[in-house]
Design a protein around this ligand. Sequence first.
Ligand code: IVH
Length: 694
Amino acid sequence: MKEILGGIIRPFYGDIFMEKSKVVAQMRQLIQLLAKHNHAYYVMDEPSIEDSEYDQLFHQLKALEQQYPEWVQSDSPTNKVGGKALTKFETITHTVPMLSLGNVFNQEELFAFARRVEERLPNKKVQYDVELKFDGLAISLWYENGVLVRGVTRGDGETGEVITQNVKTIRNLPKVLSSDKVSVPSLLEVRGEVLMPKAGFEKLNAENEAKGEKTFANPRNAAAGSLRQLDPNIAASRPLAFYAYGIAQCEPANEITTMSGSLQWLTNFGFAIGERHFICDNIQEVQEKYEQINQERPNLSVEIDGMVIKVDDLKQQQQLGFLSREPRWATAYKFPAVAALTIVENIDWQVGRTGTLTPVARLNPVAVGGVTVSNVTLHNIGEIHRLDVRIGDTVSVYRSGDVIPKVEKVWPEFRPDDAIEVHLPEQCPVCSSPVVMPEGEALARCSGGLYCSAQRIEAIRHFVSRKAMDIEGLGDRWVESLLHLNLLKDVSDIYHLHEHRDELLGLEKMGEKSVQNLLDAIENSKKTTLASFIYALGIRGVGETTARMLANTFQTFEALRLADIEALKKTPDVGEITAEWIEDFFKATHNLEVVERLLAAGIHWDAPIAPTRQPLNGESWVLTGTLEQMTRDQATAMLQTLGARVSGSVSSKTKCVVAGAKAGSKLEKAAKLDIPVMDETAFLALMADYGLTL
Ligand code: IVH
């Protein structure tokens, strides 16, 4: 590890302000190292470091870039991962077609399958290999001399799409084969399924929800959506996993004689196989395993939609052969999908911790697959429109395994005349703040932010966090107790806790010392920076870096509060959407009240923040002539970001004049006073040097 890092890794965070040259040198060194390991991984297929080590380097660079966003290098790999994005996938014909399986749905059909098998193998003992039927996407992987050279989707079974770059981002899949037990074949084609394990799926959806991005209906959709992305960065950021279920080709042939043996053999190279796997001596036993797994299904780490039953002996498989496009030696034994009809009695809107409004259908309670369902989420207003579901409608409610029940379909033929259409509420059902839904977004949110009690815990957690107001000691345990005592209606109450000292002392396990420590930490947090305060407010889209940029641009809180969208957009890092979110935040009277209470409690900072750290601090610049490559506002914003003032006239104090076309008297004056002049191209190059681009 030491060697890999080449001695560059010193803690950066110690020195808060480093010189530009040092920072850029460290960034360049990290970029070069990452490029080297990336090349080894993606191009040479010979990973030169562990994934976790790569991640460390990557995070180090990211941390540095977050601290010094103005110096982010244009070729930084944090903008991309490994390979380039494609415009479309290449297609390829499978050497061995990827066929499908026949289905059986109950014991009778299973036994009929076994009869057909056993009739064709008279006097032979047949054993069955019983596997999980993964609910993901089938792919084929080619390894030449142990190196993964190609990943292909099933496609129509004959022809698939080449998705090698995406496949290589799947973490649990060996990119190079090696084993100390068996020799590596010159050609190996492995078949299996790409899935998103349930835990990863839930995390991804929670993250997307918090960011106001689209959530996936189920792990299968999430896996499919990730794998078919043209940009491998997206696949790389998704928690995908590969499970092997067969070998299509192996040269030279291995000596394995059974299906179960093949799977075991694959594990020698590090392939994952299903977490349950059985060999059964007869078909009754298969039925028992199927019932057992149907019970255990909720505890499995991945989504399955049944079992796959295969004749275990490979020679017997060959004898049985195929019937049209399905093997006679295998079948899928599907779990019953469970659905029931019921009536939508109401549709409520729930407000999540991050302010998202989610419609929830209240149902006439109905048993679906052994569970009574009375509420079901409708995800978002788009889903309501898609299903065209109204209060009073009859709907099919569907539950597959442990998956959360969902409304599958509305039955318009049963719609009563008085069915009620559902609209997005204009006000938050919890705090009555306006509901906002920016264009192009699927999710509506309460704009109540700091005020909305549904969002309170999250807002408090964020507010006290280290990079925000940094109130060490106000952890979850305290917060819960304080909410319980109703002492924290919003974050500004934190600064009034000292008025409730006795109540705090009355809390279990909170002695004099811990109460005093807490109150001291709160008092100390009052001295902060404008950037930390802006960040602490938890305005949507305003992370630590954006908060710093806003502080730099506006210099005072008042200026930020009053800024309109156009002014906000001049801040580097702030686009149209974030600008709207910021404006929404300051439009909500409740938020303003909380802010006022916070400031009245004595939160303060040195004004304006750290101007001496800005490279053009205090310099006076003049723009003149017609700028062609940028607008005057853009040029002004860039200069202000770097700490310069933009003045309307040239004087001896002018540091530099930027001259566009047809510049007139100002240019003459600059020449007279011997003040440097640069054209637009030189100006943009200088800005780029400081990490600012248009
Ligand atoms: S074996 C000749 N084993 O099910 C086909 N398939 O309907 C051999 N699947 O698209 C397929 N889990 O993606 C096999 N353990 C498993 C499987 C499995 C899921 C999928 C496969 C295929 C579909 C067949």
